[in-house]
Design a protein around this ligand. Structure first.
Ligand code: PBG
Length: 328
């Protein structure tokens, strides 16, 4: 006789559903969008098959469709023409800039959709860094934070529900919170890219946004992939400074970090399944080596299991069919 036969709980689809410990729902997903100027414009991104740079009208259509399918939120990333980029990233503060217009329209057309906007200077700077640099090319912390505060208020006024600083400057969460409150924007939330690692997995994103670095790397502000305790320290600091939600990024190589932050800090936690994580699977899919959508579904479920409350992913449209209720 064998008392414990774990397979009994796996013998039918019905039992497997009863004992299922984690569920991935459409409501756990955020779809990132790359926004371009113009109308009816759709540009392919070579390293992100199936993902496109889209003009506002097409994003509106796509976002409406996803929202109807249960997706609660989208994240917006602007693609800025190089003629508007400069060393200071001044285009980030244009009162009539691309993201401002997109936020205004989306908020008006789809009021129930939660709009998340990235707060960082990399789409706007000629060098591709997330802040302003000194003569040595070093990203200056406090000067950058001042600009980020203005950016957050501008986007909050335009309709952002949540601003998401992805820059990794010190003290930016507290500074942004104070500035938002001073300007009467207490309702605008802050999602902090808390543990953002200096990962090589961001390169398809940089191709998409046109922010590939002209020199150097981002290791003086993004975190060393070798470190765990530093991520927890960063998470504690961001919580103290008034963050509403924390993020770990990338996701799959950092599941341990997700699990640990979840345990130590009692704020909602999300993860960014980044461009490189998506691109690798799609490349294998194109070669016929793996079933892309199935792998992506397993990936996102794993990120949820590790402790993420929700996930940013380019795979959202590909895995939605897996999330529909199916007969046993
Ligand atoms: C920039 C930013 C990056 C990503 C999101 N915001 C790239 C970077 O830090 O260089 C990467 C997302 C992805 O790879 O999908 N502030």
């Amino acid at each position: 006789m064998l008392l414990a036969r774990p397979r009994r709980n796996r013998k039918s689809s019905a039992i497997r559903h009863l004992v299922e410990e984690n569920v991935l729902r459409a409501a756990d997903l955020v779809m990132p969008f790359f926004v371009i100027e113009g109308e009816n414009k759709q540009e392919e991104i070579k390293s992100l098959p199936g993902v496109f740079r889209l003009s506002l009208d097409l994003i509106l259509k796509e976002a409406e469709k996803l929202h109807r399918q249960g997706i609660p939120s989208i994240a917006l990333f602007p693609v800025i023409d190089s003629k508007y980029k400069d060393e200071q990233g001044t285009a980030a503060l244009h009162e009539d800039g691309l993201i401002v217009r997109v936020l205004q329209t989306l908020k008006q057309e789809i009021p129930s959709l939660c709009l998340i906007t990235d707060i960082a200077l990399d789409p706007f700077t000629s060098h591709g860094y997330d802040g302003v640099i000194d003569q040595r090319g070093y990203v200056m912390n406090d000067a950058t934070v001042e600009i980020l505060c203005q950016m957050a208020c501008l986007f909050g006024t335009a309709g952002a529900d949540i601003v998401a600083p992805s820059d990794m400057m010190d003290g930016r969460i507290g500074a942004i919170r104070r500035q938002l409150d001073i300007e009467g924007q207490q309702e605008v939330g802050i999602l902090s890219y808390t543990a953002k690692y200096a990962s090589t997995l961001y390169s398809p994103f940089r191709e998409a946004v046109g922010s590939t670095l002209k020199f150097g790397d981002k290791k003086t502000y993004q975190m060393n992939p070798a470190n765990t305790r530093e991520a927890i320290r960063q998470a504690v600091l961001d919580a103290e400074q008034g963050a509403d939600i924390l993020m770990v990024k990338p996701a799959l190589y950092y599941l341990d970090i997700i699990a640990k932050i979840k345990e130590k800090v009692h704020l909602p936690l999300c993860a960014y399944h980044v461009s490189g994580e998506y691109a690798m699977v799609m490349a294998a899919h194109a070669n016929g080596w793996l079933d892309g959508p199935e792998v992506l579904h397993e990936a996102l479920l794993s990120i949820k299991r590790a402790g993420a409350d929700f996930i940013f992913s380019y795979a959202v449209p590909k895995i939605l069919p897996f999330l529909e209720l199916k007969p046993f």
